[in-house]
Design a protein around this ligand. Sequence first.
Ligand code: 5AD
Ligand code: SF4
Length: 497
Amino acid sequence: MSTVIVSQDELLRYNSLVSKLKNRIAEMGIEAGHTLVYHVKTYGCQLNESDSEKIEGILRDIGLSEASEDQDPDFLILNTCTIRENADVRLFGNLGAYKPMKKQNRNMFIAVCGCMMKQPENVERIKKSFPYVDACFGPSDIHLLPEILDKKLSQRKRVFSVSEEDYLVDDNDMPVERKRKFRALVPIMYGCNNFCTYCVVPYTRGRERSRSSEQILKQLSDLANEGFKEVMLLGQNVNSYGNDKEGEISFAQLLEETAKIPGFSRIRFMTSHPKDISPEVIYTMKKYPNIERHLHLPMQSGSSTVLKRMNRHYDQEQYLKTALLFRKELPDATLTTDIIVGFPGETEEDFQATLDVVEKCRFDSAFTFQYSRRPGTKAASYEDQIPQDVVTERFGRLLALQNDLTFKSNESVVGKTEEILIEGKSATAPDILTGRTNSNRLVNFKIPKGTLYKGKAIDAESPDFDADQFEGLLAMVKILKAKPYSVEGELESFIDE
Ligand code: 5AD
Ligand code: SF4
């Protein structure tokens, strides 16, 4: 595998292919008697979501529109994840459902992309058992999608094109269809060099490659000018940003430069690695109130022995030092984590160490996972795999402890009035809105009858009430009640209208 920089000049090829495809798609639309539509289904993490926004950008560029919920797409792209085994199982389980769709619409195009495609056995399985899938491509091949579509549409052959190379594309010149009008996902680097022994990511997303800070900052100020209130800086390991580039600024500096751009109310970043996070990142967070008061710091295990076997390059003491520095410097902020239960060789004593650290850090919430044996990773060959019943029992104990801590954390904000960035209507009821605090707490809240918005009184219970019009607005909300995974509140006032 090697890193290949895709320059602006090479992207000119993209433009010429796009014009060719546009004509082809227009012709196909006339033959079909309707405007051709696409659907991109995304599995997995925010990097995949960001990749899907780029895929959608390309599909729109060639003249496709997004399919509505009740419409069968003419172009279907499945962007896969392979972090745990159940992600693979879900994809293969779902693929079968598209066969009848393709039978009905013989010109339908189905492609599978994303991390699963970097495992040759998955591509082979699709080749053999899913003949109605037209194309496969890898997570670093998105800029090649026009070529893949052109090949398929002109030669009518299936295209299997998963590159060995790790591409670094001049992103600023590629189209992006942003799914939320207030939130911009901005990858700052791709890949991972860490080879934690349980993780497939270094095999699927290749080596670390940072985008230039000049380009990132230009893109960010454009986004701020376009009115995005929230930006999410993305990378598998944002704290090693720039290490692959001589003379590049550090992540703490990039964060500071981002915070200085006028316009963003919420700057988020994901994911931090405990071995690389510098105290400067914490001090920068403290200095700039527009950086979210939230740190996601995956711990994975509280046992130094397990951490060593995981190849994490930090021990319990170092993790605690960072976590407690964060708690001391930003006492109102939230700290969240990822934990794996049942890593090979994990003893009851190791597991107790995890519970201990969880209590000491008082995580505001945690993503807890049962260890999943991933083919090709070092830990998959470890002999001391833990029996499922032991994993299940430990997982239950961890979940009970964390649920208690999450609820207590939610209780700690009851009675406070917090600034919320509104995300839209809640999943609970049509008259309830949902949003997040600056510490990334999920808040479902009511708008009291008669509240003024743009000079008019709001009635959230009326059938014409349109919750989506508030998406992206900032508001002050009084928190009234803690729930297990969220809090409930009532709007006090809109900050911007
Ligand atoms: N099994 C269980 N959890 C895993 N993760 C990564 N690989 C595995 C695996 N093989 C979890 C880690 C990581 C998160 C994104 O997924 O906790 O931080
Ligand atoms: Fe996987 Fe570790 Fe890289 Fe995260 S840092 S993507 S867990 S190898």
